[in-house]
Every structure is written in C-alpha cells, then in structure tokens.
Design a protein around this ligand. Structure first.
Ligand code: ADP
Ligand code: MG
Length: 340
C-alpha cells in the first residue's frame, strides 16, 4: 500500500503525514502543481489533497485533477469527486440537496435580472442573500426589503460583487472588534492580504443572484462533521446583534448541547450524498426541525482538539481525548485500499 499526499503546511496533510509515520504506512509526498503529477501518483493506491477554497490556484484545477485521478486512473482519492465537486459552490449544492430532498432552506437562484425582479415582486422579506462561494459568513447578508433585493439584483447583473473583498473583511472584523467577538490581533491580520492572493486574483461574482428564505429565531447554528461512520459537532453562537453564526469564533464543544436529531439527520443525508466527509450547517425551523444552509467537504482544522468525543451512526457517543478527524479520514482511505 502506498499513499500519495500533497503537502501544505497548516492543512490536514500535516496530520496525515504524522499518521503515516506513526503507523508505518508507506507514503509519498507529491506536488499536485507539478506537470508530472499523474506520473507521480501512478505507483500509488491513493491520492490525498486538502485543497482550500481561499487558495486561488487550488481552485483552478483541484476538482478537475481529482476527477481524472479517481475516475480515469482508478485511484482512491481524498476527497473523491462525489465529496468535492460542489465544494465552496452554494449553487451546485442547491441543486444537489434539492434532488435528494435534504431540508435545505428554500433557495431561489436567478440567471437573468428580469426573472429575479419578477420574483421579488411577490417575495416576502427578510431574505438572505449569498454569493455562491465564501466562508465565515463573509458573503452572506440579510435583505430586509424588496428595494434592497432589487438593488442587489441590479449590482449582480452589472458590476457584480467582490468575492471576499479586502475592505469588507477589514470592516467585518472592525465590527466584530467593537462587539468584542474578535481579538485585536485578528483584526490587524485582516490588513494583510492572504498569502494566496485570493483577493488579488479572484474574479467578481456576477450574472446570477442567490436568495434564501430567512429562518428566524436562530441564535446559533450547529455544525456536524461526518467522516464515514463518525460524527463530531459543535454549536456556533451568532455574532452579537447579528443573524450569522459562521465565523463568529464563539464555539461550544459540549456534546450535551447537541440535540441528537442533528446527528441522526446528518448520517441519513450522507447516506444519499455518499461523501467521505461532510460538514453540515444546520439551523432549526419553528417546529425545531433541522434546516440546512450549506455543506462542505472539510472543516477548520485548528480547534479539533476541543472536541471530547464523537458519535457513531448508531448514535452512540464515544468519549475520547482527541477525536482527530484527520486520522478518521486517512483510516477510511486505508480501509478503502484494503477492501479493493
Ligand atoms: N437562510 C438563513 N436564515 C437565517 N440565517 C442564515 C441563513 N443562511 C445562513 N444563515 C446564517 O449565516 C451564517 C452563514 O451562512 P452559510 O450559508 O453557512 O455561509 P458560510 O459559507 O459563510 O458559512 C450561518 O452560520 C447562519 O448562522
Ligand atoms: Mg456555513
């Protein structure tokens, strides 16, 4: 058995490599960016790459490369194509989640200004406006009126929207600093354009507009990360005086605060999605039923040490010191290789 790993410091690969060394798993560090990447992985059973939506160049070709290595070369990949084709793409997710009858908040996407305006005429407000990509609520806003929705539509079909704009990030962190939900250091860091030139290169988002029903009375969201047969979960409290939880950095890791219905439905939905790993972001409706806002194949790596255990799909809780989900991922890849 031999596993090819694309290494990026600070990503899941740190832990995958550590795992391979500890368990004496034969592995090879490969460079996804190299011209000969296909030759590099040819003698391996699996290819693993934790690609990131904020790295502009990853997004140029990660999904395409994974498709080829998995579907044409017959290798096991992490993520595989089912797991990642809709990553950081709320438009793709909307069609996918609707097709499998997952409880996605009702979502409306228009590709012409006329269709959007026709819909706005009869829509009720507030609604939530989103760009197809982005994280930490950076591209999510509340639309309080039809007038506001029309303005956003006009912009969508003219100059478009900056994706993860530099000034918007500074403004967002300034607002959070004032409310005491971000540190001064984190605020200062917003002035530094990230290493990956995301702000510099990313094209503006335009010629579509995405609205979602606003799900009221949610002071938090629940993020459940399913990896194979295990799930870990946290509660994320909204920013102060804000409807948005994602990116608030106010996380609760106490498993007693997670209603099992979120765990149960996560395993059920993933039976249809067949993703190797999937993070679900849930709100709840007026009857307390889980409502999805988005999915992604990976979840932040920094705070995994705060979890005190995980659930298995029989809904049993397993207390453990560090439920290291990166280990779960590579364990599943190894199991897949062995079962071939
Ligand atoms: N339809 C909605 N109704 C109410 N709140 C929402 C809705 N969609 C998202 N939110 C809030 O906004 C946050 C960010 O939305 P999300 O779609 O998860 O985008 P991101 O990719 O930025 O995390 C969520 O954590 C949730 O608190
Ligand atoms: Mg989210």
């Amino acid at each position: 058995m031999k596993i090819a790993i694309h290494h990026r410091v600070g990503s899941y690969s740190d832990l995958w490599i550590e795992y391979c060394k500890k368990h004496k798993i034969q592995h090879k560090i490969v460079d996804a960016y190299a011209n000969d990447i296909l030759e590099q992985v040819a003698d391996c059973d699996a290819f693993m790459w934790h690609f990131h939506h904020h790295i502009y160049q990853d997004n140029l070709f990660a999904k395409q490369l994974i498709y080829v290595i998995e579907k044409r070369m017959g290798k096991i990949t992490y993520p595989n194509f089912d797991t990642c084709w809709h990553f950081d793409d709320k438009i793709g997710q909307r069609y996918l989640l609707k097709a499998i009858n997952a409880p996605l908040a009702p979502t409306y996407i228009f590709y012409t200004r006329a269709e959007a305006l026709k819909w706005i005429l009869h829509a009720t407000f507030p609604k939530v406006f989103k760009l197809r990509s982005g994280s930490s609520s950076e591209n999510v806003r509340l639309v309080k009126s039809a007038a506001e929705a029309k303005k956003l539509t006009k912009q969508a079909f003219s100059k478009g929207f900056e994706n993860n704009g530099y000034f918007r990030r500074i403004y967002d962190r300034w607002e959070r600093l004032k409310k005491g939900t971000c540190t001064f250091r984190w605020f200062l860091k917003s002035f530094i354009t990230n290493n990956y030139n995301f702000d510099t290169f990313h094209k503006e988002e335009k010629r579509y507009v995405y609205f979602q029903d606003f799900i009221p009375n949610n002071d938090f969201d629940i993020r459940v990360l399913v990896i194979g047969n295990r799930a870990i979960a946290k509660k994320r409290i909204n920013r102060i005086n804000d409807f948005r939880a994602s990116g608030s950095f106010y996380n609760i890791f106490d498993e007693k605060q997670i209603d099992l219905k979120y765990i149960k439905i996560s395993f059920e939905i993933n039976k249809k999605l067949k993703m190797q790993s999937v993070a679900f972001d849930f709100l709840h409706d007026s009857n307390g039923m889980p409502i999805l806002t988005e999915i992604s194949y990976c979840s932040g790596i920094k705070n995994y040490k705060n979890y005190s255990g995980y659930w298995t799909s029989d809904l049993q809780w397993h207390q453990c010191k560090i439920p290291d989900f990166c280990n779960f991922i590579i364990e599943d890849v190894i199991a897949q290789i062995k079962s071939r």
